[in-house]
Design a protein around this ligand. Structure first.
Ligand SMILES: Cc1cc2nc3c(=O)[nH]c(=O)nc-3n(C[C@H](O)[C@H](O)[C@H](O)COP(=O)(O)O)c2cc1C
Ligand code: SF4
Ligand code: SF4
Length: 279
């Protein structure tokens, strides 16, 4: 079976899942390629790929899972026993169930996973006070991702007579965290949950009204239309997924999200993680 065309599907509010996807793609053989970016679009029409096509799915990890909005937007994608590469990008803590969930989702829609990778991206909550995987994916990450793509192509996909052998993401290597860091983080999460039970407070990104220039950048960057033109200093809590695209894309640096998780994440997940994959 010769692969004739690649279609990529990507959800990436702060751009790291997109960078990682393009790096893997650059290692594969050059051929016709269509990019479907669902970060801003909610495709209403069914999109069906054939068996000779190759699909690549790339999404971030939120709370150890795939963001529900990404799955909603990919809901109408179908394969016909179409091979698929599954990529998740996480902020240096852990990818947990995200790849398993993405595998189940694409299998239900007619795709056959043939490779999977867990990749690193700067954490959406990272800021100057609490840096977490700053600048990732960096040049070394992008080179590893390209090498992964090239090896996958040469050793598995190129000149494959039958359909490429399927993989299970349940065989993926696990992320290893020293037990002290893990314990400290779990301790923080339990305390936070206890506090939220007693006194539930949800916080969202905002900008001080006297500092926002109303440039409107954040409105265009928000994947869920949670920021209204003319009222850019506030956020609609019913729509916000706390992706931090608006924070990272505010040219004046005045839109912030003070996540209580930023400090414990920064403290406990400083170790450099590398690309994990199977094919
Ligand atoms: C709401 C939310 C939850 C997150 N949960 C996790 C997580 O469970 N583990 C992790 O390592 N990173 C987590 N992250 C960090 C993102 O996975 C990471 O920053 C990723 O690079 C973002 O992808 P994007 O640039 O494509 O938006 C989370 C980020 C957000 C916004
Ligand atoms: S990007 Fe920043 S300065 Fe521009 S409108 Fe949004 S919050 Fe205001
Ligand atoms: S308002 Fe919320 S959903 Fe919109 S970009 Fe900012 S963090 Fe993301």
């Amino acid at each position: 079976m010769d692969i004739e065309k690649i279609t990529t599907f990507c959800f990436s509010p702060t751009g790291t899942s997109r960078k990682n996807l393009l790096a893997v793609l650059s290692g594969l053989k050059e051929m016709e390629c269509q990019h479907v970016d669902v970060t801003y679009d909610n495709p209403s029409q069914m999109k069906t790929l054939k068996g000779e096509d190759l699909a690549i799915f790339s999404v971030p990890v939120y709370g150890g899972h795939v963001p529900p909005v990404a799955l909603q937007r990919l809901d109408k994608v179908r394969g016909e026993v179409t091979p698929a590469i599954l990529l998740v990008t996480y902020g240096n803590r852990d990818y947990e169930k995200a790849l398993n969930q993405l595998e189940d989702f694409v299998r239900e829609r007619g795709f056959i996973p043939v490779a999977a990778a867990a990749m690193i991206g700067e954490h959406s909550y990272s800021n100057a006070q609490n840096p977490i995987a700053v600048g990732r994916p960096d040049a070394a990450d992008l080179a590893s991702a390209q090498e992964f793509g090239a090896k996958l192509w040469e050793e598995k996909l190129s000149g494959c007579v039958d359909s490429p052998r399927e993989i299970s993401t349940r065989q993926m290597p696990k992320v290893k965290t020293p037990w002290q860091n893990m314990l400290r983080f779990v301790w923080f999460v339990l305390g936070y949950q206890r506090q939220q039970k007693k006194n539930p407070v949800k916080i969202y990104p905002f900008a001080p009204a006297d500092q926002c220039t109303h440039c409107g950048n954040c409105v265009g960057l928000c994947p869920t239309q949670a920021i209204a033109v003319g009222k850019e200093e506030v956020t609609d809590p019913a729509r916000c997924i706390r992706c931090c695209a608006c924070v990272k894309g505010c040219p004046s640096g005045v839109r912030t999200f003070d996540s209580p998780f930023a400090a414990p994440l920064s403290k406990n997940f400083q170790m450099r993680r590398e690309l994990l994959y199977i094919y």
